[in-house]
Write a protein that binds this ligand. Structure first.
Ligand code: PMP
Length: 436
């Protein structure tokens, strides 16, 4: 059934104004809706699994602020803890007991790190982890994988995913060549390329950084064997393995991908979920590695708002909910059922579409390949189908992130009714996408 486009009058007015203030009218590129239909939606409020835009349109949200909102929008426990703490002041630039509280919740439930440092974003966490690895190993080169996005740190904006792949230019201008030259880039899931990189740059690679669940260039699920092989080669070569768990941390399980695959990296970076929707990131490692950080070690890293009490309060409340028995089992089972119903429908209709999933993450790939493990296996043309689906879904009150290279998230707030409504909207949308 065809439906009309929703009204975007107020969003369009706001967007016109925003364009006079911000480049492209936004403060982060993918928000500009440039690879999907229509002007960006300006959001007015969120509650549970639902969002409302400036025109009063209501949506069931599968973007979840790009991952942090694993409990849904405006969760009462998070909101109340934030408000309680805010009443005592918002920033001191001095230690507070709240930092200990959040660290204790994380470290006593995570077998893979012994100490951590809070920062204010995923980018900052990764930037600091890289510096730590370089300071620790006294080497300069970093190895990353094509399609993995690690925030907008200079040396990692090389063949990256997220907004870069969305806009078709996978490396950024403004990165000096000597910086980029310190970054070695290879394809994911390619043991030979990995081996060769370690041979070519023998004794020079400080760290390998990987999203163990690559989720910024579609969902490029790796095999456990490959990740084990990577671990092995890093150990053999005296190279630190960094798991960038800004998306997968506290998402595919409390211990993230390290726990999911039972592989111990040397450094882990976190963001998104750890802050309960406020700006928090963290990096952690063994006490021995972390003690290379200032003021005890010689690797400098600091932050005026690091460990900010309001942000810690949000993190404490959210992380406490995640530690409730059965939290992940329930969330992951709900996602698996949702994906399985969509797959059955797609198979029945014979659509060229695969839905990839892990934990409560899913990705729609307009392809008939049953496995996609590398960025170059995605046909950019397939994004036209995503664009068409995105428009149909928005018009049916379903909000997916505005890029076909980004994944969707299910939260604890999604009800069975939400998911039934969403499936119907997806089935109706796909009928239109595949009939054109
Ligand atoms: N690493 C990964 C794996 C990410 O997905 C992101 C953000 N999507 C970042 C780092 C950067 O985090 P932030 O946007 O908070 O700086």
């Amino acid at each position: 059934m065809q439906v009309n486009d929703i009204s975007r009058t107020k969003s369009a007015e706001l967007y016109e104004k925003a364009k006079t203030y911000f480049p492209g009218g936004v403060n982060s590129p993918v928000r500009a809706f440039r690879s999907v239909y229509g002007t960006p939606l300006f959001i007015e409020k969120g509650d549970g699994s639902h969002l409302w835009d400036a025109d009063g349109n209501e949506f069931i949200d599968f973007c979840g602020s790009w991952g942090p909102l694993i409990l849904g929008h405006n969760h009462a426990a998070v909101r109340e803890n934030v408000m309680r703490v805010m009443q005592k002041g918002m920033s001191f630039g001095a230690p507070t007991a709240l930092e200990n509280e959040l660290a204790e919740l994380i470290l006593s439930n995570n077998r893979f790190i012994e100490k951590l440092r809070f920062v204010s974003s995923g980018t900052e966490a990764v930037m600091s982890a890289i510096r730590l690895a370089r300071g620790y190993t006294k080497r300069d080169k970093i190895l990353k994988f094509e399609g993995c996005y690690h925030g907008h740190t200079d040396s990692l904006l090389v063949k990256a995913g997220s907004g870069l792949v969305t806009f078709g230019e996978t490396s950024s201008a403004g990165v000096p060549k000597p910086f980029a030259d310190e970054t070695v880039v290879i394809a994911l899931n390619d043991e030979e390329a990995l081996q060769k990189a370690f041979e070519d740059f023998s004794g020079q690679i400080a760290a390998v950084i990987i999203e163990p669940v690559p989720a910024n260039n579609g969902l490029l699920l790796q095999t456990k064997d490959y990740l084990n092989y990577l671990r092995e080669l890093c150990t053999l070569n005296g190279t630190l393995l960094i798991f960038d768990e800004v998306i997968s941390g506290f998402r595919v399980g409390f211990e993230g991908a390290a726990g999911y695959y039972d592989i111990k990296p040397d450094i882990i970076t976190y963001g998104k979920i750890i802050g309960g929707g406020l700006p928090v990131g963290a990096y952690g490692a063994s006490a021995e590695i972390m003690d290379h950080i200032s003021p005890v070690g010689s690797v400098y890293q600091a932050g005026t708002l690091s460990g900010n009490p309001v942000a810690m309060a949000a993190g404490i409340a959210q992380i406490s909910e995640l530690l409730q028995p059965g939290f992940y089992d329930k969330l992951n089972a709900k996602t698996a059922d949702f994906v399985s119903d969509i797959r059955s429908h797609v198979a029945e209709k014979g659509y060229e579409l695969e839905v990839f999933t892990i934990g409560s993450i899913f990705w729609f790939a307009f392809t008939n390949q049953v496995s996609i493990t590398r960025a170059d296996q995605i046909d950019p043309e397939s994004m036209l189908k995503f664009k068409a689906m995105h428009r149909e879904l928005i018009n049916r009150g379903i909000y997916f992130g505005p890029s076909g290279y980004e994944v969707g998230f299910i939260s604890a707030a999604h009800t069975q009714e939400d998911l039934e409504r969403t499936k119907t909207a997806i089935f109706d949308s796909l009928e239109i996408v595949f009939s054109n």
